[in-house]
Design a binder for this molecule. Structure first.
Ligand code: UDP
Ligand code: MG
Length: 343
């Protein structure tokens, strides 16, 4: 099972069975071609600043030969309705080190990132948000980890002070719930990570349409490393994750990776059945052997509502899983590309 607390800041092997291959990869790797994949949804307010900052940083990595000269920035426009795409086109016309694709509509951050990861041709890719919240200067340490033999490097937040208490507490509890349910997520890691070509090749085998990359990437296995960073506040523009969308992603994480809610439903059913049997025996005993038995309204109506509610809730949970099966059987494309800035 993957280490979920960021105790190991260098490299760690997550499963024993990957041992022999890890040993083979441990020789220092040469400078890789890096593609920085940035999903962008209505990011016109911040995009130029992000591309400028991250592009300059990439240039310094190139000059210092941390990454190869072929490295580039890969912007994925996730069906934005503002000027994001015109900006991407303009920037990529100025520099060959900036490329962009435009998805045919808004597919969501998960699909946009996957599109970038599967479409680029590079030795390593790093996914990073467009709003400069992820500290880009960690990329050098990520690449160093890769050169030391890691195929996956997770960016892990060591400081949540840029989050309000109302975001921090549910977020941290969520990682714990996922771990409790057996979903192998890395604590306080979101979407800032490095993947090697080998990791991407293995990730391609995952055919699911209900995407939750935070759970999928650890399932790839391979040797991994962790780089800690302090997340900044969003530089400009607004979060594209209103509460409803955030809860949707959280729910996706649970239901795409764990059948524990179905088991909990079954367990509750068994417990309630046992309890009501006990209650029935007690009622019979009172009726025939006790005294002062008054047929009660509450004892009839309350369990009826209670059980009705529980049944509806669990039918909903079961329905959620059936819905997932339905969506998966359609095998719809996870993303569709409309335009590219180069041929
Ligand atoms: N994003 C996307 N598609 C979406 C929503 C978001 O590509 O449907 C991108 C967004 O442009 C940003 C990243 O995903 O680069 C993270 O989004 P955001 O910063 O709004 O999320 P938050 O940091 O508030 O959780
Ligand atoms: Mg953000």
């Amino acid at each position: 099972m993957l280490t979920t607390e960021p105790s190991d800041k260098t490299c760690g092997s997550n499963t024993e069975e990957h041992g022999p291959r890890v040993a083979a990869a441990s020789a220092k790797r040469s400078e890789p071609a890096l593609a920085i994949v940035m999903p962008c949804y209505n990011e016109a307010d911040v995009l130029e600043r992000s591309v400028d900052l991250i592009g300059n940083y990439l240039e310094s990595l190139r000059q210092r030969r941390v990454v190869s000269q072929e490295s580039y920035l890969y912007l994925v426009d996730d069906g934005s309705r503002d000027d994001t795409w015109p900006i991407i086109e303009r920037l990529s016309a100025i520099s060959t080190r900036i490329r962009g694709i435009k998805l045919s509509r808004n597919f969501g951050q998960q699909a946009a990132m996957l599109a970038g990861m599967l479409e680029v041709d590079a030795d390593v890719i790093v996914t990073i948000d467009a709003d400069l919240q992820d500290d880009e200067t960690c990329i050098e340490r990520m690449v160093e980890s890769y050169r030391n033999g890691c195929d996956v490097v997770y960016g892990v937040r060591n400081d949540r002070s840029s989050d309000s208490l109302s975001k921090r507490v549910p977020a941290e509890s969520y990682y714990r719930v996922l771990n409790f349910l057996g979903v192998p997520v890395v604590f306080n890691h979101s979407e800032y990570r490095l993947l090697s070509r080998r990791a991407i090749t293995l990730l391609r085998e995952f055919g699911e349409t209900n995407l939750f990359l935070r759970g999928m990437v650890p399932m790839v296995g391979l040797k991994y490393g962790i780089v800690e960073f302090a997340r900044r506040k969003r530089t400009a523009g607004i979060s594209k994750y209103p509460v409803v969308k955030l809860v949707g992603l959280a729910w996706q994480g649970i239901t795409s990776f764990s059948v524990a809610p179905l088991r909990i439903a079954m367990l509750c059913g068994v417990l309630l059945a046992l309890l009501s049997s006990g209650f029935g025996v007690w009622a019979l005993m009172t009726r025939y052997f006790g005294s002062g038995f008054v047929p009660g309204w509450a004892s009839t109506v309350i369990p009826m509502y209670f059980l009705g509610g529980i049944q509806l809730l669990f039918l909903g949970v079961i329905g959620e899983y059936i819905g997932k099966i339905y969506m998966e059987t359609k095998r719809r494309p996870r993303y569709l590309i409309d335009l590219k800035t180069w041929q």
